[in-house]
Write a protein that binds this ligand. Structure first.
Ligand code: ZN
Ligand code: ZN
Length: 536
């Protein structure tokens, strides 16, 4: 079978791998590149496949660096299924539409700038509407269930313990009469992370794609990290100051809510205002509450004890811009959690503008800050950063707390690999900045004596072939479309129907006149009935 590395190699974003076996072509992840203009240009590049010739996309989790180009893929003609866990689908519904809005805003901004420079019209990569349309192709599958996708091709999603719904993907393929197994680690979680379970152990496999985000360092323990956060918050309370935490809307925000909630409930912290200032994070928290079957044992226990682990006494959710602005008029000490996690977009930029220059304020960095982002410059000790066209001095206390990471550290990654028993296992180290991937690659090869490489972007490989053949030039893409099984079509019909009902209900609630749609609904109904008769 053929493999082509399309993203998430020698960088943390844009995760995507093209796989090809017999007449089947599919992707594992279809992520967006983020962090700097040069890298982001890749989002626009023509791909080495035709979108409509792909049979499916296997999606590890909802983060945009793994899912962000799916709406573009659908816009370009992809009609297969995006297979993921139910919680990933729920989160994608939220995050892809949000991403569509960001793309639209970006194009608008480019256009305003471009007009002044006499440039042509910029179009968004995709719109919120495109994102919404792409959702009908999603097909949820449960954790640990073996799903046949085609003859000699089966997959299973295992819990990766990274964010809600995140998965390690196992793929069994039959090659020349022999069964082989591929494993995609996806983003691997940290052990003892609250809310989500620990990553599943995998023992068998022939080829592994291994993430390496934190492959060069060790996190401090969870306990130490929590103590450090509490110390910072207590200090802020003593000095009537605020703690600003840039956090990814999904998982990091809920982790902070959980941690502060536990501390306030246990009396380790006095009740203080905790602002969750990110509409996306607020909606994501709702999705967490809905998917409580994904929670780990401790969180389940809190739930069954009648407490909500995602509620804090004194929590203030701010959805509107006015509410968001009001936060900075509140002179009480408190904690502001806002997105984006890498300080590049969203409301966090306003809070940083308000607090970075204040000596008493605390900025707590808890997530990964990619090269080229505002967050990375702050972590790297910049004296000033540019926000909204203004140079802002960095005078606040800057803290970096790695122990809240949703990613396994070096030890976590090596421990996880150590369970794999095949002495002939081949590893591709991906999802890491170049020097970090190279470092983990060296460690893995030294410790386990396995064949391991850090692939190049757009590198092609042939797997399971004894002869190291020259890779033939890719023939002109065939026009044949993949055949869609009935189950796929029915699934799509179901989803369209449910969406339509939801929309109609919403419109009716708003008091809109939906009667004009009556005639069309009747026609659709007649068509379905005619189809039904044909089968009889
Ligand atoms: Zn992730
Ligand atoms: Zn990732």
């Amino acid at each position: 079978m053929r493999v082509e590395f399309l993203g998430g190699v020698r960088t943390v974003t844009g995760s995507a791998t093209l796989l090809e076996k017999d007449s089947f072509k599919w992707l594992v992840d279809c992520g967006m590149f983020q962090g700097g203009e040069e890298l982001e240009k890749r989002n626009w590049k023509t791909q080495p496949y035709q979108a409509r010739a792909l049979s499916f996309v296997l999606l590890t989790h909802a983060h945009i660096d793994h899912s962000g180009l799916i709406p573009k893929l659908v816009k370009e003609g992809f009609r297969g299924n995006v297979i993921c866990t139910p919680a990933t689908l729920d989160l994608c519904e939220l995050m892809l539409q949000d991403s569509g809005h960001i793309q639209e805003m970006e194009a608008e901004w480019q256009n305003r700038k471009g007009k002044r420079a006499g440039k042509g019209e910029a179009t968004p990569l995709y719109t919120a509407k495109d994102a919404e349309k792409s959702l009908q192709y999603f097909q949820p599958v449960r954790y640990d269930e073996i799903v046949p996708l085609a003859d000699g091709l089966r997959v299973r999603f295992r819990d990766a313990g990274h964010i809600l719904g995140s998965a390690i993907i196992e793929i069994w393929v039959e090659e020349e009469g022999q069964e082989r197994k591929l494993i995609f680690s996806g983003d691997l979680g940290n052990v003892n992370q609250p809310i989500v379970r620990d990553p599943s152990i995998v023992e068998e496999g022939d080829v592994l794609w291994l993430e390496s985000t934190y492959g060069d360092r060790l996190h401090r323990s969870r306990e130490e990290t929590v103590q450090e956060l509490l110390k910072i918050v207590r200090e802020a309370i003593a000095h009537q100051a605020k703690v600003v935490i840039p956090a990814f809307a999904v998982e990091r925000t809920q982790d902070i809510i959980y941690t502060l909630g536990q501390s306030i409930r246990s009396g380790a912290l006095p009740p203080i205002p905790v602002y969750i200032d990110s509409p996306l994070a607020i909606s994501a928290t709702e999705i967490f509450k809905k998917n409580s079957d994904c929670f780990d044992r401790e969180t389940q226990e809190i739930l069954s004890g009648g407490e909500n682990p995602l509620d804090i006494p004194g929590i203030i959710y701010t959805r509107t811009t006015e509410e968001s602005k009001a936060i900075n008029e509140d002179s009480r000490p408190g904690v502001i959690v806002s997105a984006s996690g890498m300080c590049d977009s969203g409301r966090i930029k306003h809070h940083l503008k308000h607090h970075l220059w204040r000596e008493g304020s605390h900025i707590v960095i808890i997530g990964y800050q990619a090269e080229g982002t505002v967050g990375r410059r702050i972590v790297d000790g910049a004296k000033t950063v540019r926000l909204f066209g203004e140079e802002i001095a960095v005078k606040a206390h800057i803290h970096t707390l790695g122990g809240f990471s949703a990613h396994a550290d070096q030890k976590g990654l090596l421990d996880w690999v150590s369970h794999l028993r095949n002495p002939r296992l081949e590893i591709f180290v991906n999802h890491g900045e170049e020097k970090i991937s190279v470092e983990l690659n060296r460690l893995v090869s030294e410790r386990f004596h396995l064949k391991t490489t850090v692939p190049q972007w757009r590198e092609k490989r042939i797997l399971f072939s004894e002869a190291e053949k020259e890779i033939p030039q890719r023939e002109v893409e065939e026009e044949r479309l993949p055949e869609e099984p009935l189950s796929v079509l029915l699934n799509r019909l179901d989803r369209t129907y449910k969406r339509l009902r939801r929309k109609l209900k919403r419109e009716k609630k708003k008091g809109a006149d939906v009667s004009r749609l009556g005639r069309q609904l009747e026609e659709a109904q007649q068509k379905l009935e005619a189809l039904e008769k044909e089968i009889d």
